[in-house]
Design a protein around this ligand. Sequence first.
Ligand code: NDP
Length: 297
Amino acid sequence: MTARIIDGKAFAAKVRAQVALQVATLTQEHGITPGLAVVLVGEDPASQVYVRNKGKQTKECGMASFEHKLDADTSEEALLSLIARLNADPAVHGILVQLPLPGHLNEDLVINAIAPEKDVDGFHISNVGLLATGQKAMVPCTPLGCLMMLREELGSLAGLNAVVVGRSNIVGKPMAQLLLRDSCTVTIAHSRTRDIEAVCREADILVAAVGRPQMVTGDWVKPGATVIDVGINRIEKDGGGTRLVGDVDFASAAEVAGAITPVPGGVGPMTIACLLANTLTACCRVNTLPEPKGLTA
Ligand code: NDP
């Protein structure tokens, strides 16, 4: 069997177009422009690239983008004071603090200072609780993107066996919650799981969010399963240089799976698209307007 490739890049473009259309309607009919504030502390090169891309795509969708760049030695007090200002600013519907923060800043404290209704990353403790209890939450962007691709690929997920490898707060746990909400039978595997290969072989849906290059090989995959590879790992290339690979060994897994996301071009592009979708959702909710169709969990 050779798997169908799930084209995350094309799907993300479709999501962005949907967001842009609904933003245009919001602006024309209600005079409201959704706004996203991104806060970057320090000069981490990867974070700078992410923040630049987020700002660019926000503007391309017709939304307002507010970038706040703070020095690496910014005090916690100054950062919290900026967040308080953004919480109170009616032009800002979404706030994202780019992680990781420099070591002297308490990430939990900073994230939990964001107004939950503006927490478009879905990391605030209130949103974690709302998601876990099946209430209306802001949902973390990467798992939301995975869920959208799974629904598009499979339709109803009810009754399917889903295995999520990885139990981080930003990917593994919220992914498992979303799959449970869609009535999958969910197993979360991690570094202490016994016979992880056999656990994965039971999965109709296999999500890998581990951070270990090409760990999940074809013999871990149930024939016909849908495989979502969240991993982004940079490895040395034969003959010099580096290349990006996922947590799944694409070549062997694609021989067995029914459908699979590639790296790059799978989950990655969906993450920013879902950030834009979440900003639109946050704007609609605060203005008590109907939620954007097809863009929420
Ligand atoms: P974390 O390091 O926070 O979590 C990794 C998880 O994998 C942990 O729960 C860990 O288990 C588990 N794990 C580690 N080694 C093994 C192993 N040998 N067998 C089984 N489980 C193992 O990573 P993240 O969740 O933040 O990210 C995961 C991957 O996804 C990374 O490659 C990251 O770059 C990528 N990513 C991609 C995004 C995108 O937009 N596409 C966004 C976010 C992340 P334990 O808890 O037991 O230690």
